[in-house]
Design a protein around this ligand. Structure first.
Ligand SMILES: Cc1cc2nc3c(=O)[nH]c(=O)nc-3n(C[C@H](O)[C@H](O)[C@H](O)COP(=O)(O)OP(=O)(O)OC[C@H]3O[C@@H](n4cnc5c(N)ncnc54)[C@H](O)[C@@H]3O)c2cc1C
Length: 645
């Protein structure tokens, strides 16, 4: 194969900020350009296309994920022992409804969790942690998520995005020795990126740090919003703007990540935020006034803060879908019991088709969520540096959206009792089923740690990357015409070979067979649909050109198709593996029925997304939205008590 046959993947471990930018930002507004350049510079590159990324290029490559990676006996036993003790604490020492009602986690519970090592699950034993695997950590998040979202958030914000994770990834030996034993023992940590004007767009950051004249410290000033664990933390990771770097005569903004001791003079928690759910979240607004931070507390390097934040989140955001799996399982348990028990119109409600349909979707989607999450986690366990950006983003986006659908359906199945609080149910003598709390706690999952909209853009950016690498230069008005022509010739040669292949079912013939016929059928479907997806995406690029980047709803459809394909694959591989296992607890025919049902439901969603590519209301919808924004439909808002304008 020559270089033109293999589309380049990222920049082969070259840091993106040293690589040539592949997106032409010359026609963008200043704000858009700043945001894009900053995130592009922090983008990680990879030197191998993952299974998830390959789906957008019509590649169906199961290397490394088939057979479904199972935990080693040793790792599983370690996980089981920890989970048993964690479950005992949850069951015997915690009352999630009381935590919800009081808005406080009792100190005794935190102490128990600290003694168990729950604050250092992934931290290596060398630094006083438990040294458990990512899979075991995700299993712990599932257990926690099934019981108490406040505890899940406490543990997860501490070690998935708080100080431990970036330290494990980027810390120097000295930093690890200093901080990891503290956080492993239970000193709580947090992650502070968001500000009043910085939600999804870090370029708008105001918090800043300037070096002292001797260069030994930085002086930190600013305010961080919604910092989970911030009101209890001893140490936090803070993102701040540091003096810009001048490159080719242009000033480039820099963001740096600092480890900040919360007892440093000048650090204040000025407000504890309260929310619709997660009532006992220790979340606050933190103000920094002339806080002296030693230079040695910089994570990775000056100017690499966004890379630290994004990379931390890549693996860190796997905990969230794991928590969602736990919650979904709990919803299934509650719904199954109630649908059997509750008799209306002469039959258990689970026998009425409208409710049965919900139960089936709940079971199939929960199984899929778990399969996707375990698959992504196993990739981290195999290789600490595995590129799981897409896998984790797909798990987060799909898992949090499915979790919301599941808890919503569970509430419908429980009827009026679903809407009643657990404490009220208990007070009048019924079982204290906490669906109302689960629903309130679940809603935030599609918003934080990368909102669904931002996840779709993130995944779409990665989906387009091979094409940008191949043909981006052709359309880049900043480049001399000779370079653009050269790039056009290379791109034409590449596509002349790549495109016809997307019509040939080679992968279905050679790569997706073997094993049980049921599973082979699903694999062939994924391979075939991946080629269809790659063609559709390519056609969209030709049709829209550089403007495709703005077609968020359209891009979202491609992202959703690939995510469904990823879900079918993960589910199919896991079911196949479960059937081979000696410890299987589900009958073969039942497992196959579940797999087939999930695949059918997923295929229907995929079909709708493909249909939507050509038959949609995107254009007129955007037009109406513009009119709404311009106040053209003020009459629709008439007849109401108006909020303050
Ligand atoms: C309970 C809670 C806990 C949190 N914990 C932490 C924490 O520990 N640390 C921390 O740093 N932050 C934390 N956050 C902040 C959280 O990560 C942000 O809320 C999230 O990033 C979204 O930012 P925003 O709310 O400002 O929304 P915005 O960025 O203002 O977005 C508003 C809406 O617009 C959409 N949107 C934004 N940009 C685009 C775009 N370009 N294209 C399409 N749609 C877009 C978003 O998806 C969203 O739907 C927390 C927030 C909450 C509520």
């Amino acid at each position: 194969m020559n270089e033109l046959e293999t589309p380049p993947v990222g920049n082969q471990s070259k840091p993106m900020d040293e690589a040539a930018p592949v997106i032409d930002t010359s026609k963008m507004s200043e704000g858009q350009r700043a945001a894009l350049e900053l995130t592009e510079a922090a983008r990680e590159s990879s030197n191998a296309r993952t299974f998830a990324a390959g789906l957008f290029m019509g590649e169906f490559n199961l290397d490394g994920i088939r057979p479904f990676p199972e935990q080693s006996t040793e790792a599983r036993d370690q996980g089981d022992a920890f989970l048993q003790r964690l479950e005992a604490i949850l069951r015997e020492k915690t009352n999630p409804d009381e935590i919800d009602a009081t808005g406080e986690i009792p100190q005794a519970v935190m102490d128990e969790l600290a003694r168990l090592g729950a604050f250092g699950i992934k931290i290596s034993t060398e630094y006083g942690g438990l040294g458990l695997s990512q899979t075991n950590y995700c299993r712990a998040a599932m257990l926690l998520g099934s019981w108490c979202a406040n505890l899940t958030a406490l543990i997860s914000a501490h070690q998935s995005i708080g100080v431990p994770q970036p330290l494990i990834l980027f810390g120097t030996d000295a930093q690890k020795k200093k901080f990891l034993p503290r956080v492993a023992r239970g000193e709580i940590s947090a992650f502070a990126l968001t500000e009043h004007g910085v939600g999804s767009d870090p370029a708008a950051m105001i918090t800043n740090a300037v070096p002292t004249p001797d260069g030994k410290h930085f002086i930190l000033n600013g305010e961080k919003l919604w910092c989970t664990n911030g009101t209890k933390a001893g140490v936090i990771a803070v993102m701040a703007k540091t003096p810009p770097k001048v490159s080719k005569g242009r000033k480039k903004d820099q963001i740096t990540a600092f480890i900040v001791e919360m007892d440093s003079p000048g650090v204040e928690v000025i407000h504890r935020c309260r929310f619709m759910g997660l009532k006992a979240l220790y979340n606050g607004v933190i103000r920094f006034t002339n806080v002296l931070v030693p230079r040695e507390n910089i994570l990775l390097a000056e100017g690499k803060g966004l890379r630290v934040a994004l990379t931390t989140l890549n693996t860190g955001r796997l905990t969230l879908p794991a928590g969602c799996v736990g919650m979904a399982k709990r919803c299934l348990e509650i719904s199954r019991k109630w649908a059997n028990e509750r008799v209306q119109w002469g039959a258990a409600i689970g026998k009425h088709e409208a409710i049965a349909d919900k139960l089936a979707r709940m079971a199939a989607n929960t199984f899929a969520m778990e399969s996707m999450t375990l698959l992504a986690a196993s990739r981290v366990d195999r290789d600490k540096h595995a590129d799981i950006r897409l896998d984790a983003a797909m798990c987060k986006m799909w898992g949090s959206e499915m979790a919301w659908e599941i808890v919503n359906e569970a509430m419908q199945i429980r009827g009026g009792r679903g809407y009643e609080t657990a404490l009220s149910l208990k007070a009048r003598g019924e079982e204290a089923v906490p669906l109302e709390r689960l629903l309130r706690d679940c809603r935030i999952n599609t918003i934080f740690e990368g909102s669904s909209e931002i996840m779709r853009l993130f995944i779409a950016r990665e989906a387009l990357d091979p094409h940008l690498q191949i043909s981006g230069a052709t359309l880049d008005s900043r480049l001399p015409i000779s370079k653009r022509l050269g790039a056009a010739v290379k791109a034409a040669l590449f596509y002349a070979r790549w495109y016809p292949k997307q019509w040939l079912p080679l992968q279905e013939w050679f790569k997706s067979g073997g094993g049980d016929a049921t599973f082979a059928r699903h694999r062939r479907y994924v391979a075939r649909t991946s080629r269809r997806l790659s063609r559709a995406l390519f056609h969209a690029m030709l049709w829209h050109g550089p403007k495709l980047e703005k077609q968020q709803v359209l891009l979202g459809r491609y992202v959703d198709i690939a995510t469904e394909l990823f879900a079918i694959t993960a589910t199919c591989l896991r079911a196949e593996q479960m059937l081979k296992s000696d410890e299987r607890t589900t009958e073969k025919s039942d497992l196959i029925a579940l797999m087939n049902c999930f695949s059918r439901m997923s295929r229907l969603r995929i079909r709708r997304h493909f249909d939507g590519i050509h038959h949609n209301a995107d254009k007129c919808g955007y037009q109406v939205a513009k009119q709404v924004l311009d106040g053209k439909f003020a009459s629709i808002e008439s007849g109401i008590v108006r909020g303050p304008s």
